[in-house]
Design a protein around this ligand. Structure first.
Ligand SMILES: *Cc1c(COP(=O)(O)O)cnc(C)c1O
Length: 330
């Protein structure tokens, strides 16, 4: 039975995703962190999703989703709304699979982000002055031109693609006691949790967001999807809502996530700075939250095999330099 027929995503969907994406997406390294292991007394490892061609894990889910397109859908093309890692992932996967891709974004998006997505071969459509305007245009393209909308997280094939990370972690470590994962729409943490909890239901799954606009955290507290006001944050890849009509990830996150942590801007910056100075890894804000939480002791007592998902490296290099040299004003 295909995964669209049911409301969950299962371990076998993750194995199928792995077979599907293997020709297009590389397996990423898991490296031990001596500094964080010493700091916590646990055995801390970093999963380097920064090593993908697009610099972030979203290539996994996007590739798995695009692989499901029928030939006529591939011909007509796909559309996404994103200025960041999802847009890059869809553009990249579309090119690898010979599909047309259109990425909608607003006039306010910086030139370098537009260029990065164009360089991957996607058509960029600039509309209006907000993400909502871009969303309206994407919906028009699906209805009037028959393009297929590719959701950044709320799709079983996206969740299963991100979950391949969990399969790789289990192969490398045998078992995982604590997983620290950046949390926005929840596709990443849900996919990883499906793998880790199947292997060991006692694995602690920790979701980490920023204090500035944590949509999933507020939704879980409210017991239903709610909208939050978007604010500028160093963890920009964790921004945005979960969708008031959320179908999959709200339920999956409610089921699987054991602990939520919110970080302020200085704590996010501390994670980035540690990764650069001690681990020699360039990470964007949203990818450094697990390390930030460990440094601040916010995850409580951690023991055994602890993994931090270093989810991406797409960060403005001028801001990054200020953060790692201590010049950034929080
Ligand atoms: C999208 C993203 C996340 C969060 O993933 P969700 O599936 O939306 O929870 C974390 N880190 C980076 C770098 C991302 O691009």
């Amino acid at each position: 039975m295909g995964i669209m027929q049911k409301h969950g995503v299962t371990l076998s969907d993750l194995y199928e995703a792995r077979r599907t994406i293997a020709p297009f997406v590389r397996r990423t390294p898991l490296v031990p962190s001596a500094a964080l292991s010493q700091h916590t007394g646990a055995s801390v490892h970093l999963k380097l999703e920064t090593t993908h061609d697009t610099g972030a894990f979203k290539i996994r889910g996007a590739t798995n989703r695009l692989a499901q397109l029928r030939p006529e859908e591939r011909e007509r093309g796909v559309v996404a709304v994103s200025t960041g890692n999802h847009g890059r992932a869809v553009a990249y996967a579309a090119r690898r699979m010979g599909a047309r891709a259109t990425v909608c974004m607003s006039e306010l998006v910086p030139r370098n982000k537009v260029d990065a997505i164009r360089a991957l071969g996607a058509e960029v459509r600039i509309v209006g002055r907000s993400q909502d305007d871009a969303q309206v245009e994407a919906e028009r393209l699906t209805q009037e031109e028959g393009l297929t909308f590719i959701h950044p997280f709320d799709d079983p094939y996206i969740v299963a693609g991100q979950g391949v990370i969990g399969l790789e972690l289990l192969e490398d470590l045998g078992s995982v006691d604590v997983a620290l994962v950046g949390l926005s729409g929840g596709g990443l943490i849900a996919g990883i949790a499906i793998a880790l909890k199947a292997a060991n239901p006692r694995t602690r799954i920790v979701g980490i967001s920023m204090k500035r606009g944590p949509a999933m955290y507020e939704s879980i507290r409210a017991g239903k999807p709610v909208a939050v006001t978007e604010e500028a944050t160093l963890a920009d890849s964790l921004g945005g809502g979960i969708g008031l009509d959320n179908r999959y990830t709200f339920g999956l996150v409610s089921q699987y996530v054991d602990q939520y942590i919110l970080l302020d801007e200085a704590q996010i910056g501390a994670g980035m700075r540690h990764l650069y100075r001690e681990e020699r890894v360039v990470a964007e804000g949203g990818a450094a939250v697990g390390v930030g939480a460990l440094l601040e002791g916010l995850a409580g007592r951690v023991e055994g095999n602890v993994v931090c998902i270093i989810s991406g490296n797409n960060v403005d290099m001028d801001i990054f330099t200020d953060i790692v040299t201590g010049k950034y004003k929080y």
